[in-house]
Design a protein around this ligand. Structure first.
Ligand SMILES: [Zn+2]
Length: 257
């Protein structure tokens, strides 16, 4: 269960990320208490949390100013996470006890493959199958962070995980075009490529090949940046809201916020 202050923090964070405030706008504590129907204490705790995340900053005198993350911020964070995840894959491939984590990773790969099969059967994008694929992806990536033996890698990933696309195991779904058969095929291709990369990473870790594990994870993470760039070309100026839509398994998740 989330505490009331982290619940308030995630609501304010969502508003900031979705552009409900201008960057540089002053946040009024009294207003936030009224909007979220809570007392000052949880609002203050929430604001402190958001300050640590860097999406608000202290203004002159009292109060906080909004510091909305930009597309560039998110791309930079994706790059950092890619390096951290490749480091994790390399470290894990060197660990004698890495085999403990392999069955869970193997199951996650199979579940991802199962999701692709289901999509082929349905013949269209399906939210519940995409959710399954997303969950399997999270387990795969989470196991590597947990199994790498260096807690600071996971800890550091966690520090940037509040940004869109930066949660562990985030996937990219292209929502910028209509659900045409061609678009569906491209989506399937991306999922197959992702799973094929997971298989290579898995085998490299299993065999104890740190160089291959690291290199393939680097490429796997970079795939996300490439997709973002491809989507950007399709739709003109890319916004943070687009990035949220790309990383949401459910199209309605964005509208519902
Ligand atoms: Zn992946």
């Amino acid at each position: 269960m989330e505490s009331i202050d982290s619940e308030i923090a995630s609501r304010i964070r969502q508003d900031i990320i979705l552009g409900a405030y201008e960057s540089g706008e002053r946040l009024s504590e009294a207003q936030l208490c009224e909007t979220h129907k809570v007392s000052r204490t949880p609002v203050r705790l929430a604001l402190r949390l958001l300050e640590r995340e860097g999406i608000i900053r202290r203004g002159e005198g009292r109060g906080y100013l909004v510091q909305s993350p930009t597309v560039e911020d998110i791309l930079q964070a994706v790059e950092v996470r890619g390096h951290l995840e490749s480091l994790a894959a390399r470290l894990m491939a060197q660990r004698p006890n890495r085999h403990e984590f392999l069955p869970v990773m193997d199951a996650a790969i199979k579940s991802g493959e199962g999701a692709i099969e289901k999509l082929i059967e349905i013949g269209a994008q399906d939210s519940s199958v995409l959710r399954e694929a997303h969950a399997a992806n999270k387990i795969f990536h989470g196991s590597i962070l947990a199994g790498c033996g260096n807690d600071y890698v996971g800890y550091t990933c966690e520090q940037i995980s509040h940004l869109p696309m930066l949660a562990v195991g985030s996937m990219v779904f292209d929502r910028s075009v209509d659900d045409t058969p061609e678009h569906f095929e491209r989506g399937l291709f991306r999922m197959r490529l992702g799973i094929a990369q997971h298989v290579v990473i898995f085998e490299a870790i299993e065999k104890g090949d740190p160089v291959r594990a690291e290199g393939m994870m680097r490429e796997h993470s970079h795939t996300m940046v490439e997709y973002i760039q491809i989507f950007e070309k399709q739709g003109g100026d890319l916004t943070v809201a687009d990035l949220i839509a790309f990383s949401a398994a459910e199209p309605s998740a964005v509208a519902a916020q």
